[in-house]
Design a protein around this ligand. Sequence first.
Ligand SMILES: [Mn+2]
Length: 426
Amino acid sequence: MGIFKQHIDYLVSETTAALQATGYEGLWIYSGHPENNFLDDMAPPHSINPHFKWWVPVAHVTSSVLHFEPGQKPKVYLHQPADFWHKIIDNSQEPWAAYFDVIVIGHYSELPDFAQVRNHAWIGSKELCPLDEAHTNPQALLNYLHFSRIQKTEYEIHCIKKANEAALLGHQAAKEAFYAGCSEYEIHMAYLMACQHNEYQMPYGNIVALNENPSVLHYQYQNRVRIEKGQLKSFLIDAGANYKGYAADITRTYAYKEDMFAEMINRLDEKQQQLCSQVVAGQDYVELHQQAHLNISEVLHEFGVFKCDAETAVSSGLSQTFFPHGLGHYLGLQVHDVSGHVIDRQGTVKNPPEEYPFLRLTDVLREGAVVTIEPGLYFIPMLLKEIAGHQDVDWSRVEELSPYGGIRIEDNVVAGKECAMNLTRG
Ligand SMILES: [Mn+2]
């Protein structure tokens, strides 16, 4: 539990400084609660307030509140109603609870009278918030805390590593299911089974794409129909896992046969590993993204898609047709973790360069930040149409490779002081 204590100490010192800097005496953080669907008595799976799970590593909690005031032990009002409809888990005795005063409540009405507490801020959904607007999700306070979330504690890195380990079990099962000729849906189910997750526990919807489907970047269906083995070409899977509220986000691409596409995957994999090794404190992520464009263009040139050299493909903007998304993003309590476009505690925004509008991370990497590195190359009909007949493209090669959809390879990497730490490999 040593690393969890260090984690809580970090949260205490960061939150104390944040409250002082923004003029509040204390803080309430609400876990949130399930909201029913429109005209229905059923709610979608509850997604817990990330600020709450930053402190309290409990997956199944709703209608609970954390109270923090500098100099006091943090308090958790843990909602455990008398309920014969649901299983109520008593997590008030778990090891994490030693660092809090845990007060079990049966009903929201047992919470303290918020109006009696002077000058506190509230972070959480607004419906139940008893405070006025100036004290509800104040932007200056959120900016401060979101910036604190960039740098991960040792405990958080441990959680993301455990999430990676679970996800890799799924990825291994998915790979085997692909080579066995399973459908997208069957691969998806094999993945869930292997990593022991329910679908609602996944940090994001699995992308399980066969043949041309990887060309849809967020392909959201799982086809139930098997593809004949003779017709199978490629498989892209972008799927994560969850450990104590922390996410893994991993992508792999496979070729069904040992063909040119298989060689392209290997080549992109080499480039991706080079990029991963550059995840070090002080590295400008925008520059890394630009380098990825060059790397991807080198692969496309080597395999005859680009007739021009890689530099020309990048400077003319041609590479953006084949790599239209960003190199990656922060990873943590949220898959696309906060503060990707923010460069200081005041919330100063640094937008991505005009030519790369979808880049989710624009700052210089800080020690302890966890990022994804996910270069890709795709044959996307909608984008190819926009450059139809382009003289620097070998269109017969594009036609030959389009049925494979595309390639993406994604690892989760910690920016170290001197070297990168890849949580997905090694
Ligand atoms: Mn990602």
